[in-house]
Design a binder for this molecule. Sequence first.
Ligand SMILES: Nc1ncnc2c1ncn2[C@@H]1O[C@H](COP(=O)(O)OP(=O)(O)O)[C@@H](O)[C@H]1O
Ligand SMILES: O=C(O)[C@H](O)[C@@H](O)[C@H](O)[C@H](O)COP(=O)(O)O
Length: 167
Amino acid sequence: MCAIVIMGVTGCGKSTIATAVCQRTGAYLIEGDEFHPPENVRKMSAGIPLTDEDRQGWLERLTQEAADRLTASEHVVLTCSALKRRYRDTLRNTVPNLGFVFLALTPEQATERVAHRTDHFMPASLVASQFRDLEVPDGEPLVLAVEAIKPVDVIAEEVVAWWGGLE
Ligand SMILES: Nc1ncnc2c1ncn2[C@@H]1O[C@H](COP(=O)(O)OP(=O)(O)O)[C@@H](O)[C@H]1O
Ligand SMILES: O=C(O)[C@H](O)[C@@H](O)[C@H](O)[C@H](O)COP(=O)(O)O
């Protein structure tokens, strides 16, 4: 399995864990936030949740980027909230055997993290809508669920071991 997605609500640690996994594995990092069109970033910055329609083009661009990178036979780690089953299926349909690491935490924990982050457009007021949209990936194939409040190194090692075991 050459690609995994680090998924979950805003503030769960996607970028942090993906970076740590890439440092350990040499995998190529695709940062999902960088593929939002400016309108999406404007909406989120203004505290307006994205709709399915807002996310469609973003997911398509991300999926294409992952597929393109894999053509060069690189190992890829993708950060993407991938909150709903259908979003994950959009990714799976183009990237076969795609693994998902779900970083689980409570709304309170996510709010605390987002409120303290200074270098990001996402306001803490959007945490509630992220949890409303979240469909937990229970029972889906190739999913590792991890407690997002564990130390970064511990989570990263767990992910690397799980990923390595699948190949
Ligand atoms: N396992 C962790 N333990 C403690 N703090 C963390 C952990 N993972 C992430 N953080 C911190 O939480 C905040 C949100 O993490 P980030 O990686 O930006 O999340 P996301 O990409 O999912 O929005 C950052 O300030 C980050 O340093
Ligand atoms: O689908 C969405 O509503 C967005 O992708 C959202 O889930 C994502 O969380 C933001 O882009 C903020 O970025 P962070 O998750 O990195 O805070």
